[in-house]
Design a protein around this ligand. Structure first.
Ligand SMILES: [Mg+2]
Length: 177
């Protein structure tokens, strides 16, 4: 049986873009540890992400420095249920230029295929994941923080996950010729 895929969500630069470029984006204020943060959220993102997960059999999870705050301050404002949280806030140090979240993600996924929506990933992250023994297949979706998550990103994820779900295309079951 194939392992259930994951869809990993960043907040800043993905669900909270840098600027308000769409009428769907609304300002919200969050207070964390006495500090007020003004963020932009698109209320339609929750429904679209839930549909992506439902149609592909994937599980959504947070991969953001907001950690558990994402389940309080972000998810409910866009209609997402409580999601698993990958702890990313300790910095284990970089081996070859990978983002500090990348090591935590590599440990968490445990060979499950995953799509990762983030605005801070580059070649060293891809290489780190490629070389990690606990990582199997993955798709890094590079999100422009000026626009955040778009329908094109969601379609890219959906196509990749649909391909993974097709029987006979992985490992020993791959058709020849
Ligand atoms: Mg980010």
């Amino acid at each position: 049986m194939t392992k259930r895929p994951l869809v990993l969500l960043d907040v800043d630069g993905v669900l909270n873009p840098v600027r308000r470029h769409s009428l769907w984006l609304r300002h919200h204020e969050c207070v964390l540890d006495g500090q007020t943060y003004r963020i932009l959220l698109n209320a339609r993102h929750g429904r679209k992400l839930a549909a992506l997960a439902r149609h592909t059999g994937a599980e959504l999870a947070w991969a953001t420095t907001w950690e558990q705050h994402a389940n309080v301050e972000i998810g409910p404002r866009i209609g997402l249920p409580q999601l698993p949280v990958i702890k990313v806030n300790s910095d284990p140090g970089s081996r070859a230029g990978e983002h500090f979240k990348t090591r935590h993600v590599a440990e968490y996924v445990a060979r499950r295929p995953f799509v990762w929506f983030d605005d801070n990933l580059a070649a060293p992250d891809w290489q780190y994941l490629q070389d990690h023994p606990g990582v199997d297949e993955f798709l890094l979706v590079d999100v422009d923080p000026r626009t955040g998550l778009t329908d094109a990103h969601l379609a890219q994820a959906r196509a990749w996950l649909a391909d993974r779900a097709r029987p006979g295309l992985d490992g020993a079951g791959a058709p020849s010729g």
